[in-house]
Write a protein that binds this ligand. Structure first.
Ligand code: UDP
Ligand code: MG
Length: 325
């Protein structure tokens, strides 16, 4: 297949933007306006086909998000919408959107609804796609607008993930372009425990990155507080790697070795006749070992839980409605 930049050949550049929205009533009017402007300029430059779409995925919002999407679609067919049957979280909403529009699109770009991802990076992403890339990652060049706390927690998140064996693209969230065949590749990953940014690099093909400055959420509140971020990190690590279990095995080995030393030490003390009331040592060891055992059990349990959920093979999302024409 030959991809061209020529204006008259729109064969392979039908773009679908996929934007998960959870209670995004305050941001949708502005987001849709700016994206529409972007689309007009992309169209003028011949980068996208005229029947490209901006697809909002309503992730079971409790506010008027879906009504807004419906009216956008009614006014202008460039806006399409997917309505999920209930709230399933960002990752599932994103996957639902991508899988729903996959057959209609040549490429998709996934993005957050709050315009924190700079939409001016879209041009470069598409240029890279037209130059033959199947996956183009949006990577944050700086985090000056995030609070110090958010920056530190988010960056240590990536580092920790890497140490734990979950390979991801540093400072890349879910702002990326994927070609149709990359999406078809993704469709083959049937797991219920979704961590998209860890799965996408496993697809392969030619990839590239585009750098952009991440802005501030211009309205509404972050739906990713620290607790959710930690949960997401655990999800990411346990979905992608078995390293934590290996660490536990190593830990168990060292604790066991150490206990042999203690054993020898105790015998020596015993034969030297220095048996003292070792209450403190005893208490400390009981608590320390007990803690380690519980922690290790927890980690193992985390994996067992994953197996349990995967074995059920429940649907990852259910679509109530798809507005597109
Ligand atoms: N989101 C979603 N379902 C959820 C939570 C969030 O679809 O259960 C969407 C949200 O509407 C936004 C994106 O995921 O488009 C990222 O969320 P947010 O901006 O709150 O996260 P942050 O940028 O603070 O990490
Ligand atoms: Mg955000």
């Amino acid at each position: 297949m030959i991809k061209t930049l020529k204006g008259d050949d729109f064969m392979n550049n039908r773009l679908y933007m996929v934007i998960p929205c959870y209670n995004e009533e305050p941001v949708l009017p502005e987001t849709s306006k700016r994206l529409k402007e972007k689309f007009v300029s992309l169209l003028e430059r011949g980068l996208i086909a005229p029947d490209s779409r901006i697809c909002f995925v309503n992730d079971g919002s409790s506010d008027r998000t879906w009504e807004i999407i419906e009216s956008l679609h009614k006014e202008d067919p460039v806006f399409s919408g997917v309505n999920l049957s209930r709230n399933r979280g960002h990752q599932n909403a994103l996957l639902a959107g991508m899988m729903t529009v996959m057959d209609n699109a040549d490429m998709i770009i996934s993005m957050d609804a709050d315009l924190q991802d700079d939409i001016n990076a879209i041009d470069e992403m598409i240029e890279k796609y037209l130059a033959g890339c199947d996956i183009v990652y949006g990577v944050r060049s700086r985090r000056t607008t995030d609070t110090f706390f958010k920056r530190v927690t988010a960056e240590s998140f990536y580092k920790l993930m890497d140490k734990m064996g979950a390979k991801t693209v540093f400072n890349h969230a879910d702002y990326r372009l994927m070609s149709k065949r990359a999406l078809q590749g993704l469709a083959g990953f049937g797991e219920v425990n979704l961590f998209l940014r860890g799965l996408v690099p496993m697809i392969g093909y030619k990839t590239d990155v585009v750098y952009y400055a991440r802005g501030e959420r211009f309205a509404g509140e972050s739906k990713y507080p620290l607790s959710k971020m930690l949960q997401f990190a655990v999800e990411g690590v346990t979905s992608l790697s078995v390293k934590p279990i290996r660490y536990i095995t190593a830990l168990g080995f060292f604790v066991f070795m150490f206990s042999i030393l203690i054993l020898i030490y105790s015998f020596v003390r015993h034969y030297l006749g220095e048996t003292i009331q070792g209450w403190t040592t005893l208490m400390v060891s009981i608590w320390a070992i007990g803690g380690l055992i519980l922690l290790s059990l927890g980690v193992v349990g985390e994996y067992v839980g994953k197996i349990y959920l995967e074995s059920k093979g429940r649907p990852r999302y259910i679509i109530e409605e798809f507005l597109d024409e």
